[in-house]
Each structure stands twice: as structure tokens, then as C-alpha cells.
Design a protein around this ligand. Structure first.
Ligand code: FES
Ligand SMILES: [Fe+2]
Length: 316
């Protein structure tokens, strides 16, 4: 399969007498190139994370994604459909193209590590058209940059969150599965803990019984960190980190008896129900990602910590 580079694509259109305006935007964040690259490939988040973008996914392949993006135009407030193809040209280098009337838009995002903690993501844009239409390129550029700023306000926190988790020993299976298609499997647990960090925790029953609404239990952050909710003398213990790709979970994500993750809407139930007035004070709820057991003085919570478990042909 051949895949044109950003430059080759522009060269081909210039031969067809298209004239281009070029500009770029950059972000620098505390994360790895893997995190921004994953974020650009992540098909399902646009529906839940982006306010001014809704997307109808047309085809999702390993290295290519086709969608109809309905984008709210800045300044005008009008929503327009843009048929968009996005493909991975090489590792950490993705290309998008779309057209609207006489205009063609080509976008290239490249993620590069600039030191041990930071990554720069450069997004280059080329707007092309023929004849007098080129006089509107500057207006389109302003709209695109305004739109970019809004999208980055929503995307960069996702990348930074993963950067934070990496610092406390967390890893992501999606570093190895760098595909658009893989991002659609939202019921997986792709977060895992580095060997050496340990994947289980013992929590004293006494500290659970004396806990209050909003208390953090277990580790301070990450997959072995939990929080308490309380209503009518019944407390519940919930994870603070979504096992799918690491979103931060809190009280605001709870609807009814479940947590709905803000990144891709994976549903999680509480791990434990604690009721002070009953004989059975600790009611453990089954969960595919965590094994919770009653150990007399403590409640032990063990994270599955095996992202391969969710693969189709899993064999232990
Ligand atoms: S991070 Fe994907 S559903 Fe939570
Ligand atoms: Fe996004």
C-alpha cells in the first residue's frame, strides 16, 4: 500500500494548479509522543470529549480512519459536514485531508519528544484552492486556528493525564497497538502497572468504616486509588482511574449506580458496598478488572494487570 507524505500530497495538488497557504500550531505537554499519537487515533473520544465536533465514523482500519465530521464553525456558529480521511504516514506522523466547496485542507500532526518528560506536537496546515478563492484563505486560517485552540483545550488534558499516570508506574497497552481500530474496543483494560510497582492493595476495614464521602482510599492516584461516596448510611468504593485508557473518575461521573467514563463512556460499578448497620458490612461486587476479597481485617483489591487478557485469542 502506498501512502503519500504531506509534501507529496501538496506537490500533486500544485501540479493541478492549486495554490496553498501554509501555517502551523504547536502544543508542548508533559506526556510521551505515544499519548498524543493515541489521542489523534482515538476514534470514540470525539463524541464524548469535544463540544463542537460530532463524528460519524465511516470506516476504521488499522492505519486509516474515514469519518464525516460535523464541525461547528467558529465566528459563524454554523455546523458543516466535512468528509475526512486520516492515516498514519509513519510512526507519530499522521495526515488528514478534507475538502469543502472549492477548498482542500491538508493537515499533518507530528509528535516529537523534546526531553525526558515533554513532547511537542506540531500540526501543519495547508489550505488550497484555485483562482480567486485563494483570497479567502486567511479567513479560513483564522477559523481553523480558533477551532484548534478549542479542540486542544479538550484533548491536551487527556494526554497530560496519561503522562501523570506514567510517572507513577502506569503503562498503556495501546503503546504497542497503535491502530485506529484498536481504540474502538472500549471494554478493555489497557492500563497496567509496571512489574515492581505491585498490583494489589490491602485496605483496613476500620479505615473503610470510618471513611467519609469524598475520601481517597488506597494509593494517592492511579489504578489502586479509590474514592468513597455515601448516601443514606451506605458507602460505596469506586476506582479513581478508568482501566480502559486512564481517565480520571470522580463523583461527577456517577449516574445512578454506575460510573460513566468521560472519555469513552465505559461503564463501571462500585467495587464494594459498605453498610454500617447490617451484618454483612462489606458487600463485594464482581468486576472483570479487579478481584476484591474479604481478608478478615482487611479488604484486598487486586488489579488484573494483564491487558492481553482482553485479546480475542487469550491463552494464559
Ligand atoms: S478511558 Fe476510555 S472509557 Fe474510560
Ligand atoms: Fe480529540
Amino acid at each position: 500500500m502506498s501512502k503519500k507524505s504531506y509534501k507529496d500530497l501538496i506537490d500533486s495538488l500544485e501540479k493541478e494548479n492549486y495554490k496553498f497557504n501554509f501555517f502551523y500550531a504547536e502544543t508542548i505537554g508533559n506526556h510521551l509522543p505515544e499519548d498524543s499519537d493515541w489521542n489523534y487515533k482515538d476514534v470514540p473520544h470525539s463524541k464524548f470529549v469535544h463540544e463542537d465536533l460530532s463524528s460519524i465514523q465511516v470506516c476504521t482500519l488499522e492505519d486509516t480512519s474515514g469519518s464525516i465530521n460535523i464541525l461547528k464553525l467558529p465566528f459563524f456558529g454554523l455546523s458543516v459536514p466535512l468528509a475526512t480521511i486520516n492515516y498514519e504516514q509513519s510512526r507519530f506522523n499522521q495526515i488528514y485531508f478534507s475538502s469543502f466547496g472549492p477548498y482542500i485542507l491538508i493537515v499533518n500532526t507530528i509528535s516529537k519528544k523534546i526531553d525526558s518528560e515533554k513532547t511537542k506536537v506540531k500540526t501543519s496546515y495547508a489550505i488550497g484552492s484555485k483562482g480567486l478563492f485563494k483570497y479567502f484563505h486567511k479567513i479560513i486560517e483564522r477559523m481553523i486556528l480558533k477551532n484548534y485552540n478549542k479542540l486542544m483545550l479538550e484533548d491536551v488534558p487527556m494526554r497530560q493525564r496519561r503522562g501523570e499516570l506514567r510517572k507513577s508506574g502506569h503503562k498503556f497497552y495501546s503503546d504497542n497497538k497503535t491502530s485506529f481500530k484498536f481504540t474502538e474496543e472500549i471494554n478493555r483494560a489497557n492500563v497496567y502497572l509496571d512489574e515492581g510497582v505491585g498490583s494489589e492493595i490491602n485496605i483496613k476495614k476500620s479505615s473503610l468504616l470510618s471513611s467519609k464521602k469524598g475520601d481517597r482510599i488506597g494509593q494517592s492516584s492511579g489504578i489502586l486509588s479509590f474514592f468513597i461516596t455515601e448516601e443514606d448510611n451506605i458507602k460505596k468504593l469506586w476506582p479513581t482511574t478508568c482501566s480502559h485508557e486512564g481517565a480520571y473518575l470522580d463523583n461527577n461521573c456517577i449516574k445512578g449506580e454506575k460510573i460513566f467514563c468521560p472519555w469513552h463512556n465505559k461503564i463501571t460499578k462500585p467495587l464494594l458496598i459498605i453498610s454500617e448497620n447490617e451484618k454483612n458490612k462489606f458487600n463485594i461486587l464482581p468486576c472483570v478488572d479487579y478481584l476484591t476479597t474479604d481478608e478478615k481485617e482487611t479488604i484486598k483489591i487486586k488489579f488484573r494487570n494483564d491487558p492481553k487478557y482482553y485479546d480475542k485469542n487469550y491463552k494464559q
